[in-house]
Design a protein around this ligand. Structure first.
Ligand SMILES: *[C@@H]1O[C@H](CO)[C@@H](O)[C@H](O)[C@H]1NC(C)=O
Ligand SMILES: *[C@@H]1O[C@H](CO)[C@@H](O)[C@H](O)[C@H]1NC(C)=O
Ligand SMILES: *[C@@H]1O[C@H](CO)[C@@H](O)[C@H](O)[C@H]1NC(C)=O
Ligand SMILES: *[C@@H]1O[C@H](CO)[C@@H](O)[C@H](O)[C@H]1NC(C)=O
Ligand SMILES: *[C@@H]1O[C@H](CO)[C@@H](O)[C@H](O)[C@H]1NC(C)=O
Ligand SMILES: *[C@@H]1O[C@H](CO)[C@@H](O)[C@H](O)[C@H]1NC(C)=O
Ligand SMILES: *[C@@H]1O[C@H](CO)[C@@H](O)[C@H](O)[C@H]1NC(C)=O
Ligand SMILES: *[C@@H]1O[C@H](CO)[C@@H](O)[C@H](O)[C@H]1NC(C)=O
Ligand SMILES: *[C@@H]1O[C@H](CO)[C@@H](O)[C@H](O)[C@H]1NC(C)=O
Length: 796
């Protein structure tokens, strides 16, 4: 509107400008062809909300072209042009609209350091305007709908109301995404970003553009699956997802007139909503928690959600780049300026920190060692110079041979933590060693140096001997040895569609489980390749592959033996001598989710398990869940899906896409996991209907949708002895996991966050395929359901 009324005066201005070239008149909102903006000159939007010009962040000596809210005492910059290329003298630099419609920033040497890379159709036909919504646009002078370029297509870290967008540019095939400043004084893009996948509708936070650490969940039309409260956010209105031939995007408007609000991704790696009140911007809503930002405190940093500053360095470590650290950018992490390994026992010691946990699977360069006690774990670490710390917890020894990441310090009454031991120098000994070496070198005493070298070499050798077999190298077994270990395959542990599992004991008295594969039509070379890939995958919630055997047609896989067998044994068998209480069950849910999450996201090649069911969840001595049989889908190739869909009992866990023949993604595992949760909650198989003919998952989904309590749905054997919030959470997650459309199912990472109580979860809709089990349709569907669950069994 404002543009129309100003049109006439615009021509006057144009002529004025053509005559006098470079003047930017105070109070204007536009730059015309040939005009430049330089020094302390600015343009302001019509009603004075936004201003554009050179600015310098904090105490920095660098200047940038940016857009900021004019009202705030301290410039609240919402967009930066030359994020990576500052200038040092704004008076000798200029932002210029060239006759061809290109907007460019020239530095002191008149070199173009930033440009909009756009050109108008006709020369001298464009102008650049700053609008009241914060959008800076070059467009045709006459035709206001002919947009040449606009800052809203290239946002910085702010998602502004009234047209600001996050989404996907279909023409350029580029994401329209946000990245925070590196720190308060440097607008260069940091390692974090907020992005929407081209074909998805969830807003995801990423580390290094690739590793997702938080998600809103999918868009439901009103809110996001995992951020349902956004629908009730009074400060915003019209939050919508728009998709057309040019782009798909999310936009929103302010909800209360004159109450300014905005979303931004902060240097902290969090998505925040701010409200402008009493002359300053106040944070109104923030996700996720600070310590849930991946690698926020960097290597060797500790995050503590409960005290400021959030990040500290481990003992003896200090910030790697203290300037950045002080400005709130901790991603460089911490280093130890002068650590020299004590070489040998007794020289170094450990500093123990209680209540530590790893907020993500990626804990850095860690691996497990097969030792029995804290003492052995400690001495294994001491004997290796590259070892930086260890954890011995629940009978497991994990050592770090390098950087430690995502370490989080919990509240003292939080039972999820364990003790982390960081290696430190025994005071004084460090200095002495180095003095000795210097003296030796100065004195030309090469003998001493030689001795030191020999000691180191000796230690290296010892290390190799000691760790052998624990580092993930697979053993190639001889058939006759395995035959001997298993006493001629006499003790059968189980049988499935892909082969039979036998118990055995190696000569070193280690227990193993041997899987004899059938249905294998694959060549030896490919088998070896696939097996070695599986062998590299190691995680505390995955059954470890120790080795394999390949002789003629014979194909055997050798796994760690799991003392407590499979979850199936304990959940459904009447004669199980162990009773799984709620705590154990919840722990199994979380462990399984961790294992799956690792397979889906954390290991090098994503692995879809394809066959998640209680039979494949194994339990160690402490009843920790370990997912077994992963990688089989790949190992067996096409044969796998043929066999899988015909194995008795498996069908109830399969996602609809298996049956409809669509491509299988990790979300198929999520579906099976959901069904597994229902069985853990009810203590019975889903396909065994309840006494009155009800189907358990349908009943739970219905209760949840009506807002009814689900605690009474619990396995009666538990006698109600369970944490009701955990039961509700587990039921909700299970329902989300079995949604018909895979896009609506959460990723395993999110499942984990919800179960751990880090993320909230909304009320799940009743999946379409369950609606038939509810109300009047019930009996009709039950007949049908009996067929679908196990039909294939009968014809196979
Ligand atoms: C801009 O700088 C000039 C001198 O270069 C000065 O006279 C003028 O007052 C400044 N304007 C503002 C708004 O600071
Ligand atoms: C402006 O910045 C200064 C220094 O960074 C700070 O002390 C002051 O509180 C800020 N003022 C407002 C209104 O945010
Ligand atoms: C201007 O930019 C060019 C290219 O980045 C650079 O080589 C030159 O040193 C810059 N000039 C000044 C004065 O900084
Ligand atoms: C313009 O193009 C150059 C070179 O392709 C690129 O580096 C720069 O980021 C582009 N600028 C914008 C604003 O897209
Ligand atoms: C555009 O304007 C410049 C002066 O700013 C002039 O030299 C040039 O001839 C004009 N081009 C056209 C196509 O009008
Ligand atoms: C997005 O979906 C469309 C159709 O559903 C498909 O043609 C296209 O390849 C997908 N693009 C990406 C990047 O997945
Ligand atoms: C980010 O990813 C790139 C490759 O995609 C890699 O080279 C780089 O090291 C990564 N940076 C960090 C800090 O992880
Ligand atoms: C898509 O872009 C073209 C060219 O810029 C434009 O003419 C058209 O109106 C746009 N379509 C939509 C739906 O925005
Ligand atoms: C300026 O315009 C914007 C967008 O139309 C509006 O939201 C804002 O309230 C206006 N501000 C003032 C001070 O009038």
């Amino acid at each position: 509107m404002f543009l129309e009324s100003k049109k006439t005066s615009l021509y006057g201005l144009l002529i004025f400008v053509l005559l006098f070239e470079t003047c930017i008149c105070e109070g204007t909102d536009l730059i015309t062809t040939g005009q430049t903006l330089s020094g302390n000159e600015t343009i302001s939007s019509a009603n004075g909300t936004f201003e554009l010009g050179f600015f310098t962040p904090g105490k920095s000596r660098n200047y940038y072209i940016g857009i900021w809210y004019k009202n705030s005492a301290n410039k609240t910059v919402v967009w930066v042009a030359n994020r990576n290329h500052p200038v040092s003298n704004p008076y000798n630099s200029e932002l210029k609209l060239f006759p061809n419609g290109n907007l460019a920033l020239l530095n002191e040497s008149r070199i173009q350091i930033w440009s909009s890379n756009s050109t108008a159709e006709k020369d001298n036909s464009s102008l650049a305007i700053l609008f009241d919504n914060g959008n800076f646009m070059t467009r045709d002078t006459q035709d206001s709908s002919n947009i040449i370029w606009q800052s809203f297509d290239y946002p910085t870290d702010n998602w502004l109301p009234g047209g600001g967008k996050v989404g996907y540019n279909k023409i350029k095939k580029e994401k329209i995404y946000l990245t925070p400043w590196k720190n308060a004084e440097n607008p260069a893009p940091s390692i974090f970003s907020l992005e929407v996948e081209p074909n998805g509708t969830s807003h995801n936070l990423f580390y290094n553009r690739t590793i997702q650490y938080w998600s809103t969940g999918d868009w439901t039309g009103k809110s996001f699956v995992l951020v349902p409260e956004i629908d009730r956010n009074p400060l915003i209105s019209n939050l919508q997802y728009i998709t057309n031939v040019n782009e798909s995007k999310f936009t929103y408007d302010i909800g209360i007139p004159k109450v300014l609000t905005r979303f931004m991704i902060d240097t902290t790696g969090q998505l925040k909503q701010f409200i402008f009140r009493d002359g300053q911007w106040i944070s109104y809503w923030t996700r996720p928690d600070q310590c849930e930002v991946l690698k926020y405190c960097g290597a060797f940093g500790i995050c503590n959600q409960l005290k400021a500053p959030f990040c500290t360095c481990l003992k003896e470590y200090e910030p790697k780049v203290s300037k950045n650290w002080a400005l709130g950018d901790h991603t460089d992490g911490c280093i130890r300026p002068s650590f020299r390994c004590g070489v040998g026992k007794g020289k170094d010691k450990f500093y123990s920190i209680k209540n530590m946990r790893f907020s993500f699977q990626d804990a850095g360069d860690s691996h497990s060692l097969d030792v029995e006690s804290d003492k052995e774990c400690k001495s294994a670490c001491l004997s290796d110079c590259s070892c930086t710390g260890y954890v011995f917890n629940g009978g497991k020894c994990v050592v770090w041979n390098g950087e430690v990441y995502n370490l989080q310090e919990l509240a003292s009454d939080d039972s999820r933590g364990s003790v982390f031991h960081v290696r430190i120098t025994k005071s004084g000994s460090d200095r002495k060693t180095s003095v000795w070496i210097v003296v030796g070198a100065i004195g030309g005493s090469f003998i001493l140096l030689g001795m030191v070298a020999m000691v180191i070499l000796q230690l290296r050798k010892q290390k190799v001997g000691r760790y052998n077999g624990a580092e993930g190298d697979l053993t190639l077994f001889k058939y006759k040895d395995i035959s001997k270990s298993t006493k001629d395959f006499s003790e059968k542990l189980g049988e499935g569609g892909f082969g039979t599992v036998f118990r055995g004991t190696l000569p070193n008295s280690r227990d193993i489980a041997v899987k004899r594969l059938k249905n294998l039509k694959q060549g030896e070379k490919q088998f070896r390749t696939e097996v070695s890939t599986i062998g590299q995958i190691q995680h505390i919630n995955l059954v470890r592959l120790q080795g394999f055997c390949i002789e003629g047609e014979k194909r055997l896989l050798v796994f760690d033996y799991m003392k407590n067998g499979s979850l199936e044994n304990h959940l459904f068998r009447q004669n199980s001598d162990v009773f799984l209480d709620w705590k154990a069950r919840y722990n199994i849910m979380i462990g399984t989710a961790r294992g799956l999450n690792y397979l889906h996201e954390k290991c090098r090649d994503c692995i879809i398990h394809c066959d998640i069911k209680p039979d494949n969840i194994l339990l160690d001595e402490e009843f920790n869940a370990k997912v077994g049989d992963f990688g089989l889908a790949k190992l067996l190739g096409r044969e796998f899906s043929r066999v899988l869909t015909t194995i008795r009992g498996t069908r109830g866990y399969l996602a609809p896409e298996w049956i409809s023949g669509e491509a299988i993604t990790a979300k198929a595992d999520v579906f099976s996991y959901g069904n597994l949760l229902f069985e853990i909650i009810s203590g019975r198989r889903n396909r065994d209907l309840l006494d009155d003919g009800d189907y358990f998952p349908a009943l739970v989904a219905e209760k949840l949708s009506k807002g009814e309590d689900v605690l009474n749905m619990l396995d009666q054997k538990l006698e109600g002895d369970a944490d009701s919030s955990e039961v509700t959470r587990a039921c909700k997650v299970a329902c989300w996991c079995i949604q018909d459309d895979e896009k609506n199912r959460p990723a395993m990472g999110l499942v984990l966050q919800i179960l751990e109580g880090i993320s909230e979860v909304g009320i799940p809709p009743i999946p379409r395929f369950l609606q038939g089990f509810i109300g009047d349709n019930k009996f009709q569907t039950i007949v049908y359901q009996h067929q679908t669950f196990d039909t294939t069994t009968y014809n196979s």
